[in-house]
Write a protein that binds this ligand. Structure first.
Ligand SMILES: Nc1ncnc2c1ncn2[C@@H]1O[C@H](COP(=O)(O)OP(=O)(O)OP(=O)(O)O)[C@@H](O)[C@H]1O
Ligand SMILES: [Mg+2]
Length: 315
C-alpha cells in the first residue's frame, strides 16, 4: 500500500480554530467572570480543513473545496490552507459575501478552557455558490484517487451538490462521508459512511449505545443508504466496522494517553481515505485510522498524525 502519491479531494465545511492562551489573575469588576491576560494566540485548521491537514500529515496529496466569508478569518483560513497543500489553488475555497467564515475561538487559561465562542451561519449556501462548487468538484475529481465529504452541518454540503457529484465520484474512486443528520438521505452512493455513535443512533432512530445496538444501527444505515460499509466511531470504546452483510468487527481504541479528543473524527476519515486510495482493504483502513486517532488524542490541540508515527504505533 502506498499513500504517498495518492490524491484525495475533500468537500466540506472549512473552519478556523482559534486559540487564545492566557492567565487569570483577577475577577472582573463588571461581572463575576475571570479576566484573562492574553499571552499568546494561535490558529489551526478545523473541520474539512483539518481533514486536509491530516491527509497531508499522512503524506497524501490533498485539496479541499469549501466556502468562507469575505472577512479577516476567511483570509487567514484560506492562506493557512494554501500553505498546507501544494496542490491547492487559491480558487478552490469560494468566498461568499453573504456569510461569515466559521470560527471557533477557545480561550484557555492555566491549561483549562474558560469559554468557547463560535461565529458561524448554518443555513445552506445559495444556488450560485452551489453551482460554483459543483464546477470545481467536477474538475478536481478528474485527478483524484478518493473523495471525502466532511459535513459539519454548516451549510456547504447540500443535497443538490451530493446528487450531482456522488454518482460521478463513486464510479471512479472510494467515496467517504463523515455525515450529519440533516443530509442523511442524500449520502448516496457511497463507499463508506463514518458517523460517531451518537450520530449513528440518531440516523437509525435507535437508543441503545451497546455493541448490539450499534450493530443494528449500522445495518439500518447501510440498508437505507445502500453504501458498501459503515464505520461507527465510539470515542474511548474505539470503533465498529460493518462491511456489506458480514459480521461487524469491533476495534478497541489504540490510544495510550488521552489529552484532547477534538478532531479525532477528522483524523479517522483522513486516514481511511488515504488508505483506501492506496489500495488498503476496508479492515486495514479501519485499523490504520484507529491507530492514527489513538495518536492524535494523545496530543494537545487539533492535531494530526504523520505516517511514520502511525507505523511506529504498531510496534
Ligand atoms: N477518549 C478517547 N479515548 C481513546 N480513544 C479515543 C477517545 N476519543 C476518541 N478516540 C479515538 O478517536 C476515534 C474517533 O473519535 P470519536 O468517536 O470521538 O469521533 P467524533 O465524535 O467524530 O470526533 P470529532 O469530535 O472529531 O467529530 C475513536 O474511534 C477512537 O479511536
Ligand atoms: Mg465527527
Amino acid at each position: 500500500m502506498d499513500i504517498g502519491q495518492r490524491r484525495v479531494v475533500v468537500l466540506g465545511d472549512v473552519m478556523l480554530d482559534e486559540f487564545v492562551w492566557g492567565e487569570v489573575t483577577r475577577i472582573s469588576p463588571e461581572a463575576p467572570v475571570p479576566v484573562v491576560d492574553i499571552r499568546r494566540e494561535s490558529v489551526h485548521l478545523g473541520g474539512a480543513a483539518n481533514v486536509l491537514a491530516n491527509l497531508i500529515a499522512l503524506g497524501a496529496q490533498a485539496k479541499v473545496i469549501g466556502v468562507t466569508g469575505q472577512d479577516n478569518s476567511g483570509e487567514r483560513l484560506r492562506s493557512a490552507v494554501l500553505q498546507e497543500s501544494r496542490l491547492q489553488s487559491d480558487d478552490l475555497i469560494i468566498i461568499d459575501k453573504s456569510r461569515p467564515s466559521t470560527v471557533k475561538t477557545r480561550i484557555i487559561a492555566h491549561s483549562q478552557l474558560v469559554v468557547r465562542a463560535d461565529r458561524e451561519m448554518r443555513t445552506a449556501i445559495n444556488g450560485e455558490t452551489e453551482q460554483k462548487i459543483i464546477g470545481k468538484l467536477k474538475d478536481a475529481l478528474k485527478q483524484a484517487d478518493a473523495f471525502v465529504v466532511s459535513d459539519y452541518d454548516k451549510g456547504v454540503v447540500t443535497p443538490r451538490i451530493l446528487a450531482e457529484i456522488l454518482p460521478l465520484a463513486y464510479e471512479h474512486m472510494p467515496v467517504l462521508i463523515d455525515p450529519k443528520l440533516r443530509n442523511f438521505d442524500s449520502y448516496r452512493p457511497a463507499t463508506l459512511v463514518t458517523p460517531n455513535h451518537h450520530e449513528a443512533l440518531r440516523m437509525a432512530n435507535l437508543e441503545e449505545d451497546s455493541d448490539a445496538g450499534l450493530h443494528q444501527a449500522a445495518k439500518i444505515i447501510r440498508e437505507s443508504l445502500r453504501c458498501d460499509a459503515v464505520l461507527i466511531t465510539r470515542g474511548d470504546r474505539g470503533m465498529m466496522l460493518l462491511e456489506r452483510d458480514l459480521n461487524p468487527i469491533f476495534v478497541e481504541t489504540a490510544a495510550r494517553e488521552v489529552y484532547d479528543v477534538t478532531g479525532a473524527g477528522d483524523t479517522v476519515i483522513a486516514t481511511l481515505a488515504a488508505s483506501l486510495a492506496g489500495g488498503a482493504t476496508m479492515l486495514e483502513a479501519a485499523i490504520l485510522a484507529n491507530h492514527a486517532a489513538g495518536i492524535v488524542v494523545g496530543k494537545v490541540g487539533t492535531a494530526t498524525a504523520a505516517a511514520e508515527e502511525v507505523l511506529a504505533s504498531f510496534t
